[in-house]
Design a protein. Structure first.
Length: 360
């Protein structure tokens, strides 16, 4: 079996129906959905439910992969990695990572096994949390509470919310955290995500304001490039610091780990180099006794958490970034989901439905 095509498919699904933002970035004005596919001469296709720069994929990586054995994943990864020249920008890593994930999906289909088993296979059931709590136009505390209550009704027992927007004070954000904790009660996990909003001293001050609310982690309080600041926050707070969604490769994470700038590793397979590189990052993290909670869509992250005992919980997006409307909803039972037993990622992407939505 050999690779015959590598391609990106995208659908424009129209203008966004609401405006929302985290501490730094607002949602794009239009909604869309993309997949990356690797096809073989025997008709099997590996898919990654996340797009990439079409020029980088089809002009850069596709010629390197045509004719290769899709099960030689390390070989394909190395071949793509060694095609770099002087810089390794975001488009390079996004494309390489998504191709690698599609290769793992393809390997699962060839071998008749789900990816989480190929990656290690530790558990069949994983805990999930809701990635939401964004800021929005006219969204006051009551709106945040109502959103949180919807997630509880869906079966979530772990909630993540956004903080750090420059339009609000630390005190107001602390009030938002209080409101969510009171809504979910003492037995649910609560994560707080700053999206690299602050300086280290601001993050420490805010962390001390919310420590009383039993925070499971404080995410990206400073940029991941601020190794000293991250280390200062980890040392100053009892709240674990989670970061790494913007970092790439085992070498980037080695710096974070050696600096003691994180307590929980959030390497994102669609950013950091795919499942192939995520495995190596996981090895480094566990060697430093640092657990993992992969950032990103549940349809990819659940396979990481199912693979290793040191992986904690799966991020999901039931709110405005929800992919379940295209890839199928999660069946959440008391905060957990069963992992798919279908080969590969276990996804069924309905292109007919996407074509219909895009034509409206």
């Amino acid at each position: 079996m050999t690779i015959t095509d590598v391609r990106v498919q995208s659908w424009d699904l129209g203008p966004a129906t609401e405006r929302f933002w985290d501490s730094t970035i607002a949602n794009p004005p239009r909604r869309g959905f993309s997949i990356l596919e690797v096809e073989t001469d025997e008709g099997l296709v590996g898919q990654c439910p996340s797009g990439a720069n079409r020029i980088v994929v089809e002009n850069g990586f596709k010629p390197l992969l045509i004719g290769e054995d899709p099960l030689l994943i390390e070989h394909c990864w190395r071949k793509m990695f060694e095609s770099r020249h002087t810089t390794l920008g975001g488009d390079f890593w996004f494309a390489l990572s998504r191709i690698d994930i599609a290769l793992w999906d393809l390997a699962g289909k060839i071998l008749g096994q789900p990816v989480w088993k190929l990656l290690g296979g530790h558990r069949r059931r994983v805990e999930v949390y809701s990635g939401g709590g964004f800021y929005g136009e006219g969204k006051e505390l009551a709106g945040l509470v109502a959103e949180t209550e919807r997630y509880l009704e869906m079966g979530y027992r772990a909630i993540k919310m956004k903080v750090g927007w420059r339009g609000v004070t630390l005190k107001h954000d602390a009030e938002r955290v209080r409101a969510v904790r009171e809504t979910i009660g003492p037995d649910c996990k609560l994560m707080v995500d700053g999206n690299h909003a602050w300086r280290a001293d601001e993050a420490i001050r805010f962390g001390r304001m919310i420590e009383r609310y039993d925070i499971f982690w404080l995410e990206e309080p400073v940029p991941h490039t601020d190794l000293r600041g991250g280390a200062e926050i980890c040392a100053a707070l009892d709240i674990p610091v989670a970061t790494g969604e913007m970092e790439t490769t085992r070498w980037g994470f080695r710096q974070l780990l050696e600096a003691r700038a994180l307590d929980i590793c959030q390497a994102d397979p669609v950013n950091c180099g795919g499942y192939t590189e995520w495995k190596k990052i996981a090895a480094l993290s566990t060697a430093h006794h640092v657990p993992l909670a992969p950032h990103g869509t549940e349809f990819i992250g659940q396979h990481c958490v199912g693979a290793l005992p040191e992986a904690l919980i799966v991020e999901t997006y039931p709110g405005p970034y929800n992919l379940g409307q295209y890839l199928g909803p999660l069946d959440i039972k008391d905060g957990f989901v069963d992992l798919p037993e279908a080969p590969g990622l276990g996804l069924e992407i309905d292109k007919v439905k996407l074509d219909r939505l895009a034509s409206r």
